[in-house]
Design a binder for this molecule. Structure first.
Ligand code: TRP
Length: 452
């Protein structure tokens, strides 16, 4: 065992674990997806369901994933195979790997747009444009084919160049630098936004709930967003859990990671909505929200040039620390199950990610008219991964943790270093056995119904 542990790459410090896992959780989901989904779903009422979902379901699923990963020291597929060989459970890992491809496909599209917008911000291209022309330029850019694809490729290769360096020297080292940077940038943006005249309207939209807006769809979207934002339901955190040392406390880590993720989502809302309202822009303008409304706002804001660079830099950092986790899930699977070397695996998989990414990127251009279930590839991947695949993966994971795994083994893993706080395990197991499976099952059925 001791020998084995020495040989296996892993996180070297407590802060490294938090930075890497929070880096996975905090991403485009917080800064790009959260504000637009919240805007589409009526604001504060959505936020309340979202917070409840994080607490009651999100943290327990995260803890289950970490525990399964650490007790087996295996990738998302191998973990289930070690615990229940010759059963159907490893299929959860296969589902997770499929989900990684779907998510990375549209994720790298948006990350590519972000790189273009950073470029435009640096060269001061937003200046002098009004809302109509910013809108038209965004639409023309995403439909244009070549540049979105080039940026997407650059982004995926950037991701791979970190993953090839491994856990300690690649993922941990980069996230330890990037995450604090992200935090500082977002604080600067929040201060700028709430000091704008008329900011209070945006804060009201974000924090004053109107419960008449709570429909089943809003609840589904809030739970889907919670899963997407925490990076749970597909084995990313099983993989990361397998790199956590025994002496790190899983409960503390899970709570701290979920808390930072939620904090950054709310701070993004606080950075974006006051500015949206202060300049009279519609809060429900969809995936283009940050790309169309924000340049507009930067144009009209004192020192907007600097803030626009900060903002798109923030988005890229957030996207990168998440995409490395998506790639790592598949790299860990291939290197461990097929004994491939890390470097060729990472670049080979990047090539596949680039090809599957084309589906999403070109669904705004050349393949605009290709629709499945009446959705473009981009929307299909975005919607189905968050609202169907992740809750379904989460459902299987909690059933496995709550009903299949030996309770004593699970308890030892969850409470390691925390043995006195038995109530934590009681609360955890209650959610994992009852609350989470029931809610996720209903949500999944509902998502399916909506879908057809
Ligand atoms: N959580 C990330 C975000 O909010 C996205 C992400 C990274 C993710 N890895 C994931 C989502 C794994 C689900 C599963 O941007």
């Amino acid at each position: 065992m001791g020998n084995n542990q020495k040989k296996r790459d892993g996180f070297s410090s407590k802060f490294g674990v938090i930075a890497a896992a929070a880096g996975s959780a905090i991403g485009l989901g917080n800064i790009w997806r959260f504000p637009y989904v919240l805007g589409n779903n009526g604001g504060a009422a959505f936020l309340i369901v979202y917070l409840i979902a994080i607490l009651l379901i999100g943290i327990p699923v995260m803890l289950s994933e970490f525990s399964i990963g650490r007790m087996t020291r295996s990738n998302a597929f191998g973990a289930f195979k070690k615990l229940k060989p010759k059963s159907g459970w490893p299929f959860i890992g296969v589902m997770g790997i499929l989900a990684a491809f779907l998510i990375m496909s549209f994720y790298s599209t948006v990350a590519g747009w972000t790189m273009e917008y950073l470029y435009q911000a640096i060269f001061n291209k937003f200046q002098g444009q009004d809302t109509a022309s910013l809108n038209a330029n965004f639409d023309a850019f995403i439909a244009s084919g070549t540049m979105p694809v080039v940026w997407q490729m650059i982004f995926i290769l950037l991701t791979a160049s970190i993953v090839v360096m491994g856990i300690k020297n690649g993922i941990e080292k980069s996230t330890k630098i990037l995450m604090p940077m992200l935090f500082v940038i977002i604080i600067v943006l929040v201060v700028r936004s709430i000091t704008l005249p008329g900011a209070s309207k945006g804060l009201k939209f974000l924090f004053t709930p109107d419960f008449s807006k709570l429909t089943p769809i809003v609840i589904l979207e809030a739970i889907g967003q919670a899963f997407f934002s925490l990076s749970i339901g597909m084995g990313v955190l099983i993989t990361y859990g397998s790199y956590i040392r025994k002496k790190n406390n899983l409960v503390k880590s899970a709570v701290l990671i979920s808390f930072s993720d939620t904090l950054i989502a709310i701070l993004s809302g606080v950075a974006i909505f006051p500015a949206v309202f202060a300049f009279g822009i519609e809060p429900n303008s969809g995936p283009g929200l940050v790309f169309i409304t924000l340049p507009n706002i930067f144009n009209q804001m004192p020192a907007g040039y600097i803030f626009s660079i900060f903002f798109f830099l923030l988005l890229i950092i957030a996207a990168l620390t998440s995409s490395i986790s998506l790639l790592e899930v598949v790299v860990a699977f291939v290197t461990e199950q097929f004994k491939w070397k890390r470097k060729p695996t990472a670049f080979f998989l990047s090539a596949i990610f680039i090809i599957s990414g084309l589906l999403s990127t070109l669904s705004f251009g050349t393949w605009k008219h290709v629709k499945l279930f009446n959705l473009s590839f981009f929307d299909l991947f975005d919607w189905t991964s968050a609202n169907l695949l992740l809750p379904l993966g989460g459902l299987f994971i909690v059933i496995f943790a709550g009903w299949v795994l030996d309770v004593k083994v699970l308890k030892r893993e969850v409470l390691h270093g925390n043995e006195k706080q038995q109530w934590i395990f009681k609360a955890f197991i209650f959610s994992v056995k009852y609350i989470s499976p029931i809610v996720l099952f209903i949500i999944f059925l509902f998502g399916l119904g909506l879908f057809s």
